[in-house]
Design a protein around this ligand. Structure first.
Ligand SMILES: *[C@@H]1O[C@H](CO)[C@@H](O)[C@H](O)[C@H]1NC(C)=O
Ligand SMILES: *[C@@H]1O[C@H](CO)[C@@H](O)[C@H](O)[C@H]1NC(C)=O
Ligand SMILES: *[C@@H]1O[C@H](CO)[C@@H](O)[C@H](O)[C@H]1NC(C)=O
Ligand SMILES: *[C@@H]1O[C@H](CO)[C@@H](O)[C@H](O)[C@H]1NC(C)=O
Ligand SMILES: *[C@@H]1O[C@H](CO)[C@@H](O)[C@H](O)[C@H]1NC(C)=O
Ligand SMILES: *[C@@H]1O[C@H](CO)[C@@H](O)[C@H](O)[C@H]1NC(C)=O
Ligand SMILES: *[C@@H]1O[C@H](CO)[C@@H](O)[C@H](O)[C@H]1NC(C)=O
Ligand SMILES: *[C@@H]1O[C@H](CO)[C@@H](O)[C@H](O)[C@H]1NC(C)=O
Ligand SMILES: *[C@@H]1O[C@H](CO)[C@@H](O)[C@H](O)[C@H]1NC(C)=O
Ligand SMILES: *[C@@H]1O[C@H](CO)[C@@H](O)[C@H](O)[C@H]1NC(C)=O
Ligand SMILES: *[C@@H]1O[C@H](CO)[C@@H](O)[C@H](O)[C@H]1NC(C)=O
Ligand SMILES: *[C@@H]1O[C@H](CO)[C@@H](O)[C@H](O)[C@H]1NC(C)=O
Length: 746
C-alpha cells in the first residue's frame, strides 16, 4: 500500500523516469495486490501515450508558441506537453500547473487570452524576455488558481488594467505579482488590488507609473509583506493607509517625486524590516515613533529634504544594519544611543548639518560596522579613539568637517581598512599620520587634501626606510602647503595609481622615478614650486602606454568627490599628467607623445620654451591639452587637428606664430584658446593670415586689420576672382569636352 501512495505522490514529477525504467519498478512491487498492478499498468500507459498531456492545455501552449518567438527556439515538438521545456504538470489529470521560461529570449506581443485555458496554472514566470503588449493582468480573470505571476524585465506598456476590466476579478488567488522593469504607465487605482485578498508581494518598481502611491492597498489585501513602488514617477504625499498593512516587511518607494512628511501611520507597522524612500522630496522631521519599529534592518531616507535631529532613543532599533540618511538637512548632535545599534554595518550621514564633538561618541560597540560616512557635516573635536575598536571597518569618511588634532595612533590597528578620507579638516602632523596609516595593510585609498595646514616636508627619513602602504592605490595630499622636495619614499608605493600633491609649496625637480611606477596614471603636481626640466623619462610611464590596470580594485565602498563629480570606480578617472603652475623650464619633451592613453596634459604657466612637439599628435586619447602661459614659439602643429577627443585646448599667452590650424576639433575652440600670441593668425582671432608676400610688403598687416571695408574688399575681390575662374573653367570644358571624351577612351 505504501508503494501505491508513493507512486501517487510522485506521479507528476517521475513520469519520465517511470517510462524509461519500467522494469525495476515492476520488480519493486511483486507482492502488492492486483489493484496496484492495474494502477501501475495504467500509469505506464498514460506516461508513454498521447494522453499524458491535457489537450486543452497543449492547445493553449501551442497558441502561445505560435504567438511568440524565442531564441534559441523552444523544442516543443514531442507529444507530451508536460515534458516540454519550462512546462510542469500537476496531478489533476496532467493539467499544466507551471509555465516558467525566464530569460528564454521570448519576443512578440503577448495577448493574454492564449493562456486563458490553462485553468490549472499556478505559476507563470516569463521574466527577462522581450515580450510586449498591454494589460497582461487580464490573464488573472480566467486563471483563478494563479499564485505567482512574474512578468518583470519585459516591455509591457500602458496602464496596469483597462478601466472596464476590474469587475471580472472575482476569484483571484495571486500571491506574488512582479511587474517590475517594464514600461507600464498611468496611475494605480488604490482599489485595484482589493480583489486579491491573498496578495503577499507586489513589485512595480522601474516603470513609469505616475499619480499618487496607492496607500489604501492593504485594505483589500491585508497580508501584503512586500511592496516595491521605487523608480517610477509617483508624486504627491504618502497618505495614511499603510498602517493597515499589518504584515508589511519591505516598503520601497525610492526614486520617485514624492513629497510632504513621511506617513506617520507607517510607524505602527511593527513587522517592517526595510523602509526605503530615498531620492524623493520628503521634508519635515523623522518622527520619534520610528524607534518603535524594532524589527527594522534597513532605513534608507537619503537624498530628501528632511530636517531636524535624530530621535534620541535610536538605540531601540537594535536590529538596524543599514542607516542611510545622507544628503538631507538633518541637524543636531548624534544621539549617544545610536551606538547601541550594535548590528549596524552601514552608517551614511554625509551631506547634512550634524554637529557636535565627535569624540564624545563611543563607537566601540559597533563591532559589525563596515562603512561609515560622516563627511560634509559640522563635527568638531578630535577623531575618536573608539573608532579604532570597530574591527570590521573598511571605509571611513570624515571629510569636510572641522576636526582637529592628529590621526589617532590606534588607527594603525585597523587591518581591514581600505578607504580613508579626512580631507578638508584642520588636522596636524602629516608625517605622523603617514607613519601610523602605513600600518593599515589593506589601505588602498587615502584622501588627505586640505586637512593639514602649513606643514613641513614629508620626505622624512623614517618613512623612507620602512615599509608600508603596500596596497595604496590613491594618495591625495593636495592643498596642505607641504614644503620640501617630492619625497622618494613614494617611489616604493608599487601599486599607486593616482598621486595628488597639487596646491602645495613643494620645490626641486619632478622626479624621474615617477616614470618607473608600474601602475601610476594620474600625476597631479599642479601649483607647486617645482623647477628644472620635465624629465623625458616620463615618456615611458607604463600605465599611460598600455592599460595594465588589473581589476584588483573594483568599486569603492564610498564614492569620492573629484572635481565636484562623484566617482565610485577608479578607472573612470581621467588619465592625466598635471604639472601646471610651477617653474618648469626647457623644452616640452617629445617623448610625451608615447603616452598613448593620456587623456589630460596640463603644462600651463611654467617657463617652457621651444616649439610644441609634433609628437603630441600621437596622444590619440587626449581630451584636455593646456600649454598656456609659457614661452613657446613656432607654429601650432597642424597634426593636432587629428586629435578627435580633444575638447579643451589652450596655447594662450605664448609666443606662437603662423596660421591657426583648422579642421577637426580645432573648429570648436574659441579665441580664448589662442589669445596672447600676437603673431598667431586665423579666423577665430579675426586676424588675417598673410597669404601673398607681395601684398604683405605693400600693406603690412596690423592687429587692427579687421575693418569691415577691407573684409568687404577681400570678399568682393575673392568673389570676382572666383567667378572669373569658374567662367574660364566652364569655357575650357565646353571647348575641350570632345578631347576629354577622346582621352578617356584611351
Ligand atoms: C480555449 O478553449 C475554448 C473552448 O474550449 C476554445 O474555443 C479556444 O480556442 C481555446 N483557446 C485556446 C487559445 O486554446
Ligand atoms: C527535441 O526534443 C526531443 C525529445 O523531447 C528530442 O528527441 C529532439 O532531438 C529534440 N530536438 C532538438 C532539435 O533538440
Ligand atoms: C522567475 O525566474 C527567475 C529566473 O530564474 C527567478 O530569478 C525569479 O525568482 C522567478 N520568479 C519568481 C516569482 O519565482
Ligand atoms: C523588485 O524588482 C526589481 C527588479 O525589477 C528588483 O531589483 C527589486 O529587488 C524587487 N523588489 C523587491 C522588494 O524584491
Ligand atoms: C529597469 O528596467 C530596464 C528595462 O527593463 C532594465 O534594462 C534595467 O536594468 C532596469 N533597472 C533596474 C535597476 O532594475
Ligand atoms: C502611456 O504611454 C503611452 C505611450 O507609450 C502614451 O500615449 C500615454 O499617454 C501614456 N499615459 C500616461 C497616463 O502617461
Ligand atoms: C509621530 O507619529 C505618531 C504616531 O505614529 C503620531 O501620533 C504623531 O502625530 C507624529 N508626530 C509628528 C510630529 O508627526
Ligand atoms: C535644527 O533645525 C530646526 C529646523 O529645521 C531648528 O528649529 C533647530 O533649532 C535646529 N537645531 C539645531 C540644534 O540646530
Ligand atoms: C555638502 O552638503 C550640502 C548639502 O547637502 C551640498 O549642497 C554640498 O554640495 C555638499 N558639499 C560637498 C563638498 O559635498
Ligand atoms: C597656505 O599658505 C598660504 C599663505 O602662504 C595661506 O594663505 C593658505 O591659507 C595656506 N593654506 C592652507 C590650506 O593652510
Ligand atoms: C587633488 O588636490 C586638489 C587640491 O586639494 C583637490 O582640489 C582635488 O580635488 C584633488 N583631487 C583628488 C582626486 O583628490
Ligand atoms: C589636478 O588638480 C587640479 C586642482 O585641484 C584639478 O583642477 C585637475 O583637474 C587635477 N587633474 C587631475 C588629472 O587629477
Amino acid at each position: 500500500m505504501s508503494t501505491l501512495i508513493f507512486l501517487f505522490l510522485v506521479h507528476g514529477q517521475m513520469k519520465l523516469k517511470l517510462a524509461a525504467y519500467p522494469i525495476p519498478i515492476c520488480v519493486c512491487v511483486p507482492t502488492e495486490s492486483m489493484s496496484t498492478l492495474i494502477f501501475l499498468f495504467l500509469l505506464l500507459f498514460s506516461s508513454s501515450g498521447a494522453f499524458s498531456c491535457n489537450q486543452i492545455d497543449r492547445h493553449s501552449l501551442l497558441s502561445f508558441y505560435h504567438q511568440t518567438s524565442s531564441s534559441p527556439p523552444l523544442n516543443w515538438s514531442s507529444t507530451d506537453c508536460c515534458q516540454w521545456e519550462g512546462v510542469a504538470c500537476g496531478s489533476y489529470g496532467s493539467r499544466v500547473t507551471r509555465l516558467s521560461l525566464p530569460g528564454r529570449g521570448l519576443s512578440g506581443i503577448f495577448i493574454t487570452p492564449v493562456l486563458a485555458n490553462l485553468s490549472f496554472l499556478s505559476h507563470l514566470n516569463l521574466s527577462r524576455n522581450h515580450l510586449s503588449g498591454s494589460s497582461p493582468l487580464t490573464v488573472l480573470s480566467s486563471l483563478n488558481r494563479l499564485r505567482t505571476l512574474d512578468l518583470s524585465f519585459n516591455s509591457f506598456s500602458g496602464p496596469l488594467l483597462s478601466p472596464d476590466s476590474s469587475d471580472s476579478f472575482s476569484q483571484v488567488s495571486v500571491r506574488t505579482l512582479d511587474l517590475s522593469s517594464n514600461r507600464f504607465n498611468g496611475s494605480i487605482d488604490p482599489w485595484f488590488l482589493s480583489w486579491s485578498k491573498t496578495l503577499i508581494s507586489f513589485n512595480v518598481s522601474n516603470n513609469s507609473f505616475s499619480g499618487p502611491i496607492p496607500s489604501s492597498v492593504c485594505s483589500g489585501s491585508p497580508f501584503i509583506e512586500i511592496l516595491d513602488f521605487s523608480m517610477n514617477q509617483f508624486s504627491g504625499g504618502i497618505f495614511d493607509g499603510f498602517g493597515e498593512c499589518s504584515q508589511l516587511q519591505i516598503f520601497r518607494a525610492g526614486s520617485n517625486s514624492l513629497s510632504g512628511w513621511l506617513p506617520s501611520d507607517l510607524y505602527s507597522v511593527r513587522t517592517l524590516k526595510e523602509i526605503s524612500l530615498s531620492n524623493n522630496r520628503f521634508s519635515g522631521p523623522i518622527n520619534g515613533s520610528i524607534v518603535l519599529l524594532s524589527s527594522l534592518r534597513a532605513l534608507e531616507l537619503h537624498v530628501n529634504e528632511l530636517s531636524g535631529g535624530l530621535p534620541t532613543d535610536m538605540g531601540l532599533l537594535s536590529n538596524l544594519e543599514q542607516l542611510q540618511l545622507h544628503t538631507n538637512s538633518l541637524n543636531g548632535t548624534l544621539p549617544p544611543s545610536l551606538m547601541d545599534c550594535t548590528n549596524l554595518k552601514t552608517l551614511l550621514l554625509r551631506n547634512n548639518l550634524f554637529g557636535g564633538e565627535l569624540s564624545s561618541l563611543d563607537f566601540s560597540k559597533l563591532q559589525k560596522l563596515q562603512t561609515i560616512d560622516l563627511g560634509n557635516n559640522s563635527f568638531v573635536g578630535r577623531i575618536p579613539d573608539s573608532l579604532c575598536l570597530c574591527r570590521s571597518v573598511t571605509a571611513v569618511r570624515l571629510a569636510y568637517n572641522s576636526l582637529v588634532g592628529e590621526i589617532p595612533p590606534c588607527m594603525a590597528s585597523l587591518k581591514s581598512l581600505t578607504q580613508l578620507s579626512v580631507s578638508d579638516n584642520y588636522l596636524s602632523d602629516v608625517v605622523g599620520a603617514l607613519k601610523i596609516l602605513r600600518n593599515c595593510d589593506n589601505l588602498a585609498v587615502l584622501f588627505m587634501s586640505r586637512c593639514f595646514h602649513d606643514e613641513t616636508a614629508i620626505n622624512d627619513d623614517g618613512l623612507r626606510h620602512q615599509s608600508g602602504f603596500e596596497n595604496l592605490q590613491i594618495l591625495t595630499l593636495g592643498g596642505c602647503n607641504l614644503t620640501g622636495q617630492i619625497p622618494s619614499w613614494i617611489a616604493k608605493l608599487r601599486k599607486l595609481k593616482s598621486l595628488n600633491l597639487s596646491y602645495n609649496k613643494m620645490s626641486g625637480p619632478v622626479p624621474t622615478w615617477l616614470a618607473d611606477m608600474p601602475h601610476l596614471f594620474v600625476v597631479n603636481l599642479t601649483q607647486n614650486f617645482l623647477s628644472g626640466d620635465l624629465p623625458r623619462e616620463l615618456g615611458r610611464m607604463p600605465a599611460l602606454i598600455a592599460d595594465n590596470t588589473s581589476s584588483d580594485f573594483g568599486y569603492f565602498a564610498l564614492p569620492f568627490l573629484f572635481n565636484s563629480q562623484e566617482y565610485n570606480r577608479l578607472f573612470n578617472m581621467l588619465r592625466g599628467l598635471n604639472v601646471g603652475n610651477n617653474s618648469l623650464s626647457g623644452n616640452i619633451p617629445e617623448e610625451l607623445g608615447q603616452l598613448k592613453l593620456l587623456q589630460a596634459l596640463d603644462l600651463s604657466n611654467n617657463n617652457f620654451n621651444g616649439s610644441i612637439p609634433n609628437e603630441l599628435s600621437h596622444l590619440v586619447n587626449l581630451e584636455t591639452l593646456d600649454v598656456s602661459g609659457n614661452h613657446l614659439s613656432g607654429e601650432i602643429p597642424q597634426s593636432l587637428t587629428g586629435l578627435h577627443f580633444l575638447s579643451w585646448f589652450s596655447v594662450a599667452n605664448n609666443d606662437l606664430e603662423g596660421e591657426i590650424p583648422s579642421g577637426g576639433q580645432f573648429d570648436t575652440f574659441s579665441a580664448a584658446s589662442f589669445e596672447g600670441n600676437p603673431k598667431l593668425c586665423g579666423n577665430v582671432l579675426k586676424r588675417k593670415c598673410r597669404v601673398v608676400k607681395q601684398v604683405e610688403l605693400e600693406q603690412p598687416e596690423t592687429e587692427t586689420e579687421t575693418e569691415p571695408e577691407s573684409s568687404w574688399f577681400n570678399i568682393l575681390s575673392f568673389g570676382l576672382g572666383y567667378l572669373v575662374g569658374l567662367l574660364a573653367i566652364s569655357i575650357t570644358l565646353l571647348f575641350n569636352s570632345s578631347w576629354i571624351n577622346f582621352s578617356f577612351k584611351h
